[in-house]
Design a binder for this molecule. Structure first.
Ligand code: MN
Ligand code: MN
Length: 362
């Protein structure tokens, strides 16, 4: 309830009349009510001076009521949702609505405009990002559990990939996800990535039914959703004996990852963290092959605010959670990425994942 009160106070300060929050992750973050509306309408309305209202498809009303202690309004598939919202807000003067600019789609924005004459929108996303930026102890506990599952995925994937020749990337993906389902994980945080040899030189490569090459590196990038929180980690192992070049690329990446990780503490900036990782790779002569930012925030979404080495700088604070994931990608040759997500403590950082960063050979 405190989070809702914080938003209500903010609305009052900004002179905004209400929110219409459509991102299910934000609704879950604020209320504990988790659902996927698909194309239907979910709207959390918070007001500066009265109780919030939750608008959901009729199918979800009972579940929603178990999570919130304010009114839940449902709408059936044969009702006009916007007219229903309007009738419930008959006593309110609505001129400005705070919405998430990174989520509200045009058809829903038009729906709001169709029932509220002359309304204007304001962007609620920066406030939500700021609230979600610093994780509570409870959130960090959940992320540690999600991280532990990622470690289990690595263990399962490494053992299986090395168990016999002839397996494909997709065989290993299937094995990992099958075992996770059996352990009660219903959703990975993104499509599991297993890429062999030069196929890992594409940082966003897609696994296929392609045989895993012997004496080549194998890149894993994966994570799970657990209790509403994501994990995300990468490891690169060797199937058979790695070449000297592959080993060298691996060790440079590892040094960059460790240096950036060790550098993180409250007071340093995201740009500085990125520079620490990048400098290691640049000094070794591979700067042109580290083609993305060093990391991204993580929490209920696998990618969230802030960027570590994006276009905007930010000062690191205790409770922030983000990835450190430098990589070196040499086209047609090799790709290495090592990634852990961390949480910032008073004096440094701790990792959500514990899988060894030695070059493991299977
Ligand atoms: Mn990541
Ligand atoms: Mn990743």
């Amino acid at each position: 309830m405190t989070k809702l009160t914080d938003i209500a106070t903010y609305l009052g300060k900004e002179n905004w009349d209400m929110t219409f929050i459509t991102n299910p992750t934000t609704v879950n973050y604020l209320t504990g009510f988790s659902m996927d509306p698909h194309e239907r309408i979910l709207g959390l309305m918070i007001f500066p001076d009265c109780e919030p209202l939750l608008f959901t498809p009729e199918l979800e009303v009972e579940k929603a009521k178990a999570h919130v202690n304010f009114d839940v309004i449902g709408y059936a598939d044969n009702e006009n949702p916007w007219a229903k919202i309007k009738s419930h807000l008959a006593g309110h003067q609505i001129k400005t609505i705070a919405v998430e600019y990174d989520h509200l789609i045009l058809s829903k924005s038009d729906g709001l405009k169709s029932v509220f004459d002359g309304i204007s929108f304001n962007n609620l996303t920066p406030l939500i990002n700021r609230m979600r930026l610093i994780k509570s102890d409870d959130e960090i506990q959940k992320m540690l559990v999600a991280g532990d599952y990622a470690d289990r995925c690595f263990d399962i994937g490494f053992q299986f990939a090395g168990s016999e020749p002839g397996l494909t990337e997709m065989d290993v993906v299937a094995k990992i996800e099958f075992e996770m389902k059996r352990q009660g994980i219903s959703e990975m945080s993104f499509d599991t990535m297993v890429l062999t040899g030069d196929r890992a030189a594409n940082p966003h490569g897609v696994p296929e039914a392609v045989t895993i090459q012997q004496n080549k590196l194998l890149l894993f990038d994966l994570g799970v959703m657990s209790n509403g929180y994501a994990s995300d980690a990468s490891r690169t192992i060797s199937i058979g004996q790695p070449s000297d070049v592959d080993r060298k690329i691996y060790e440079i990446t590892r040094e960059a990852q460790q240096a950036a990780f060790d550098f993180v503490k409250p007071g340093v900036t995201a740009f500085e963290v990125d520079k620490v990782a990048r400098d290691v790779i640049t000094k070794a002569g591979y700067g042109d092959y580290f083609t993305h930012r060093t990391g991204h925030g993580i929490g209920m979404d696998v990618h969230e605010f802030p960027s570590i080495g994006g276009s905007e700088d930010i000062t690191i604070e205790k409770g922030m959670c983000f990835s450190i994931e430098p990589g070196i990608y040499i086209p047609n040759q090799v790709g290495v990425r090592i990634e852990d997500c961390l949480y910032v403590t008073e004096t440094g950082a701790k990792s959500f994942t514990q899988t060894s960063k030695d070059l493991l050979i299977f």
